[in-house]
Design a protein around this ligand. Structure first.
Ligand SMILES: [Zn+2]
Length: 385
């Protein structure tokens, strides 16, 4: 990408920078914009006023945006306005396909979700995802999408776009989800690992906005991490950083779906928890059990234990990258305080003290919708560039 644009006047570049900032943050005061850009107050005012005249932004009174900035009269915020065609996101979980259409700023308009065994039915899952999206477009009367982003729960080689591991997503290996979905939808589709999309959602609109460095962990049917380092998602040399579900747990010999023994996922996943709950709650139908409904002391103890096991692995990762936040999503991250408290207690215990003291551990901002929100925000972000 070129970094020199000599034909673009400085005033236009400043205006684009301001617009990108309010898109990224969702809202900002004029003072925030001065602080973030280093521009003068008059340059910021001029850029904001032009964006408002062009219909790309508006200003909201404080009571329309919720709590203000503290004592005194809260300032007015500048917010972006949607102008442009809608975008779409698809989230392929291990057992669901979820699609959504959003306005040009990534604000969701409608979504549809179906349950399906995504792992072993790659073609079927992509057929269903594409049909859901085409039907949703028709329902909303939308003829054209500007950008589409899809997330899958497995490693994708960033050099080839192919699903990488023959063992983690068995039915998907060697496929190019971008090409498959693009062919069905008639539009370019960008595909990312789902935990990376979760990190995007938190970075742009969630708890990650407050941290330059953080980990987003999707703890669900599998476990993956999306890393944000120095304000940017980090995906490694071939795009597959963050596969922490296959970290070896000392003393654990359970066989993992990756073919190794003792992986974190064999002890901490939705299936592992359901299996454990079947032991302690023999009369409970655990087959599709929503773990957020587990609120009895024994069940919460097991969720806490699983959280502590995950936290033990995350503590080592925290020592490596010194994050300001660990944000836990997926069904387990959204199951309630018992699991999150387990993660927090292990990080506090096993990360070295100065590292642990700097870490905020919290559930994801958008619950189980985080990956889908990340897809929509990334699609909207592509549009604005
Ligand atoms: Zn494994």
């Amino acid at each position: 990408m070129s970094t020199t644009t000599p034909h673009v006047p400085a005033r236009d570049r400043s205006r684009q920078q301001i617009y990108d900032l309010i898109l990224e943050r969702g809202a900002a005061t004029r003072t925030d914009l001065v602080d973030a850009t280093g521009m003068s107050r008059s340059a910021v005012n001029s850029a904001v006023n032009k964006l408002i005249r062009d219909g790309k932004a508006t200003e909201l009174a404080p009571d329309a945006k919720g709590p203000g900035s503290g004592s005194g009269r809260p300032p007015v915020t500048v917010v972006p306005l949607a102008s442009g065609r809608p975008v779409a996101g698809l989230d392929f979980g291990h057992s669901h396909v979820w699609v959504a259409i959003a306005d040009a700023l990534g604000v969701p308009l409608a979504d549809r979700r179906v349950r399906i065994d995504v792992d072993y039915q790659a073609i079927g899952a992509m057929d269903i995802g594409a049909k859901l999206l085409i039907d949703l477009k028709a329902e909303l009367g939308i003829t054209d999408l500007q950008a589409v982003v899809a997330g899958i729960p497995g490693p994708i080689d960033s050099r080839t776009g192919l699903v990488k591991s023959p063992t983690i997503l068995a039915g998907w290996v060697g496929l190019s989800p971008a090409a498959e979905l693009g062919g069905r939808l008639g539009v370019d589709v960008h595909v990312e690992n789902d935990a990376v999309l979760g990190a995007h959602a938190e970075l742009r609109r969630g708890a990650g906005q407050h941290h330059r460095n953080f980990l987003y962990v999707k703890a669900s049917h599998g476990i993956g991490a999306g890393l944000v380092i120095d304000g940017r998602p980090y995906t490694g040399s071939t795009g597959i950083a963050g596969e922490i579900g296959h970290t070896h747990l000392p003393g654990n010999t359970d066989l993992c779906r990756c073919g190794q023994r003792g992986c974190l996922e064999t002890a901490v996943s939705v299936e592992a928890l359901r299996g454990q709950l079947q032991h302690t709650h023999p009369h409970l139908d655990v087959s599709n059990l929503d773990l957020s409904t587990v609120t009895d002391p024994i069940g919460e103890r097991m969720l806490n234990e699983a959280g502590r096991t995950l936290g033990r692995v995350l503590a080592d990762l925290c020592n490596l990258i010194n994050p300001g936040g660990v944000i836990v999503g997926g069904e387990l991250g959204s199951s309630g305080p018992a699991f999150i408290e387990g993660v927090r207690s292990s990080i506090q215990r096993y990360a070295q003290p100065a590292t642990a003291a700097a870490i905020e551990v919290r559930p994801s901002t958008f619950g189980i919708r985080t990956e889908l929100m990340g897809a929509l925000h990334l699609a909207a972000g592509k549009l604005s560039r």
